[in-house]
Design a protein around this ligand. Structure first.
Ligand SMILES: [Cu+2]
Length: 158
């Protein structure tokens, strides 16, 4: 005679399988070394909004969110650029979402979130706040303009 009921065995088996799947998923994601957003130690210099060009196709953006705007409000980079975004807030919690890109971060005072985005296609990518932050929330946005550098437009398609 078994001490464990059949239905309990089933529940244990299902629970164990799901738990194993979760652990496997976490280890798999870590092993792939994909560029997940990360948290950096807070440093007040990040409260200065700016865009820094490291080389022809590598940029760093120090984005600061505050009620109710993002600074810088317009970022212009050439097609093919890889941009590191360092995001923080001057006041409350804001969202930092870049349309058409897999960026969904929070801007939090005393905290810096970082992610890297590659802009392969030209266009205007909106940065929007998707975390309710007060009365002016709905108008809180900025943009990344991705264009061809002057003199490099390919005329084949015209
Ligand atoms: Cu907001």
């Amino acid at each position: 005679m078994s001490a464990i009921d059949k239905s309990e065995k089933k529940v244990l088996l299902v629970t164990g399988s799901v738990l194993s799947l979760f652990i496997f998923s976490i280890l798999y994601a870590r092993g792939r070394n994909n560029d997940l957003p990360e948290c950096l130690p807070f440093n007040k210099t990040y409260l200065e909004p700016k865009v820094t060009r490291l080389d022809k196709e590598t940029y760093q953006v120090y984005a600061v969110a505050q009620m109710w705007q993002f600074q810088p409000s317009q970022i212009v980079v050439p097609v093919g650029s890889e941009v590191d975004f360092f995001v923080t807030s001057k006041d409350v919690v804001h969202g930092f979402n870049i349309t058409e890109k897999n960026v969904n971060m929070m801007a939090i005072y005393g905290n810096i979130n970082k992610t890297t985005v590659k802009f392969e296609k030209p266009g205007i990518y909106k940065i929007i706040c998707h975390e309710y932050c007060g009365i002016g929330h709905q108008g809180m946005q900025a943009e990344v303009i991705v264009n061809y550098p002057p003199g490099t437009i390919n005329n084949k398609n015209q």
